[in-house]
Design a protein around this ligand. Structure first.
Ligand code: 3EB
Length: 335
């Protein structure tokens, strides 16, 4: 076992342009743990995992999410994941291709099985946040939506390996790409975070069976403290109250409802923490997923009207895991 120092350096995120990322590669003045590339940009491999989300930015300019947390201690490839550990954090990312022998449900089960083994073996059992990108997430397979197959595989793996997390799941997002199989990336810690739910929404893990045979395994948000710092990982959030989709066919109302839900989660976390967790401060990072490219301008106008035009947001084209949802927003907030 490693003799690791205390978990103190908070997880950080920055959004970079292609040019900023090139400068960073030559200067090496930071300690990235991973880069997530959105759009048409192929940087040379670096010392950290590099993943393409396959979700194109709606303004056409590639965006790079640079994740960091302390000094990287080691990097390995294992069970299909590219893994970095630091003093207080483990990042893993992988892409899993489906095959006739291993369709979406089975590949999701295997990806999660591997994820759980990795975090346990390395002493980072507290998974904070998981991102999932599923090829053709709304398409049908054998009479069931592929998203619902994904939920079955994911929940089966949770049941087998992490029954301790039933009702205190990590935060998550699940979006749809037009290609690329299943992409999963995540961050995990040595000490637990605190799940936060939205009192106006039924917890996703308690959705009734009309949304699929197995409920989605995620918490609405997860609050993690690092010393005096805190981060709020807000899961993909949409126009849902109770368990029902609201404002079907009304883009503007869906965006407003989604922001209302984000504000409720920020408020719940602020209460839990005892200080404000702001949605629109320099340390707030939003990711806005839009189903129809033509909706981009309208979505952005409403977001900037509600949160100010300095809001740190990137806009990506993605399918969302209920057909009627036109938009979904996730966030990483600092307090
Ligand atoms: C919802 O609230 C919208 O299956 O991991 C949002 C975030 C959604 C994560 C997931 C699904 C997931 O139910 C969908």
């Amino acid at each position: 076992m490693h003799d690791l120092p205390a978990e103190t350096t908070p997880f950080d995120l920055r959004y970079l342009t292609q040019e900023d990322y090139g400068t960073l590669l030559t200067k090496r003045d930071r300690h990235p743990v991973a880069a997530i590339v959105h759009g048409d940009f192929d940087p040379p491999p670096g010392d950290w995992p590099l993943l393409h989300s396959r979700l194109p930015p709606l303004d056409g300019a590639p965006k790079i999410e640079l994740l960091s947390a302390g000094t990287p201690l080691g990097r390995t490839q294992e069970l299909g994941f590219d893994i970095v550990t630091t003093d207080g954090l483990l990042f893993g990312g992988g892409r899993f291709e489906e095959s006739p022998d291993e369709p979406i449900r089975q590949i999701s089960d295997r990806a999660y099985d591997s994820l759980f083994r990795i975090v346990s073996d390395r002493g980072f059992p507290h998974i904070l946040r998981i991102w999932n990108v599923v090829e053709n997430i709304n398409a049908d397979r054998d009479g069931l939506e592929r998203y619902r197959h994904f939920c079955i595989g994911r929940q089966d793996a949770f049941d087998r390996l992490r029954p301790d997390l039933i009702d205190k799941y990590p935060a998550a997002s699940a979006l749809g790409s037009t290609q690329g199989g299943l992409c999963v990336y995540f961050v995990a810690a040595r000490e637990p975070g605190q799940p936060i739910e939205n009192p106006r929404q039924v917890s996703a893990f308690r959705y009734p069976p009309q949304y699929g045979p197995r409920s989605p395994s995620f918490s609405r948000a997860l609050l993690k403290r690092w010393g005096d710092h805190a981060r709020l990982f807000i899961s993909g959030t949409a126009s849902i109250t109770g368990h029902e989709t609201r404002h079907v066919g009304d883009l503007a109302a869906q965006v407003e409802q989604t922001i209302d839900n984000l504000e409720v989660l920020g408020g719940e976390a602020s209460r839990a923490l005892g200080r404000t967790v702001p949605l629109n401060a320099p340390g707030s990072y939003l990711k806005v997923y839009v189903r129809t490219p033509g909706d981009y301008d309208a979505v952005r106008a409403i977001l900037e009207q509600r949160l100010g035009d300095a809001v740190n947001a990137i806009y990506l084209r993605a399918d969302i895991c209920r057909e009627e949802l036109l938009v979904e927003i996730e966030a990483l907030l600092s307090a």
